[in-house]
Design a binder for this molecule. Structure first.
Ligand SMILES: O=C(O)CCC(=O)C(=O)O
Length: 253
């Protein structure tokens, strides 16, 4: 008979498409599943960081000298208004990106931290890193151990509620190299995360909750896309941190 702990851990808490032929193995040391998919590899750990660590991380990442992040209506701080909030540890911004021929505000707030020189660009913006801090560095160390990758930068995304989202894309910018290893950490509200193969044959939907980790490795960014769809029933905020390795300055540097 399986113990309760085994029952909890040995079954993937979401469905993989029939016929995908994914190879799934439970990794007790890191408390997650390694999932080999065609042309890519995932590691999924729904409870990688415990509640205490995850709660403290949320507090740290949103700490500011202006208001209480738990009760503030963050939609009142869109655009330049976000600059009136004095954040202590993270340089949160409401960025405009160039899409479909015009600049538009992103449906989320963002920040970019990392080593000096780890510059990154997408959709017409160029990000210069703010330095590491205690919380980001602590998370980075844990992710480096599980992924075997040395990360030198992190993109932070703050979804104010379920209206904020991210469309289909791949993290395949030249400065991330031919096989980018991406480590994604989520704190706050649980949201669905979608993956689809570039030929649209396969689609995977998985939940990313408070303290979860998802690694995307191998050639995944060149053969799969991912997205965070809107979920209008979600009223709580969520932070997502994707740790990356920037290899060299990009072409439009
Ligand atoms: O919020 C998420 O889980 C997705 C973030 C993402 O796709 C990205 O940073 O490239």
């Amino acid at each position: 008979m399986e113990s309760l702990q085994q029952q909890k851990t040995s079954r993937l808490p979401f469905e993989l498409p029939v016929g995908l032929n994914a190879n799934v193995s439970w990794d007790p040391a890191d408390n997650g599943f390694w999932i080999d998919v065609p042309r890519g590899r995932l590691f999924y750990a729904p409870d990688f960081f415990g509640h205490h660590y995850s709660d403290r991380s949320l507090d740290y990442l949103l700490a500011n000298d202006t208001l209480d992040w738990r009760t503030a209506n963050w939609r009142d701080y869109e655009h330049e208004a976000l600059e009136s909030v004095r954040f202590r540890h993270i340089a949160w911004q409401h960025q405009q990106v160039f899409i479909y021929g015009q600049y538009r505000y992103q449906p989320r707030y963002t920040a970019w931290h990392g080593e000096a020189g780890a510059e990154y660009g997408y959709s017409g913006i160029r990000l210069k890193p703010r330095p590491w801090n205690a919380c980001l560095d602590s998370i980075r160390q844990r992710l480096q151990a599980v992924s075997g990758t040395r990360f030198n930068a992190v993109l932070l995304n703050w979804y104010r509620d379920g209206r904020d989202a991210m469309g289909w894309h791949a993290d395949n910018e030249p400065e991330l190299g031919p096989r980018p290893s991406i480590a994604s950490v989520s704190f706050g509200a649980e949201r669905d995360f979608h993956l689809r193969s570039n030929d649209k044959r396969w689609k995977i939907s998985l939940p990313l909750g408070h303290g979860s980790v998802l690694l995307m490795q191998g050639a995944m960014q060149h053969h799969w896309q991912h997205a965070l769809p809107k979920r209008l029933r979600v009223t709580e905020l969520r932070l997502n941190l994707t740790f990356r390795t920037v290899l060299e300055p990009g072409p439009d540097h």
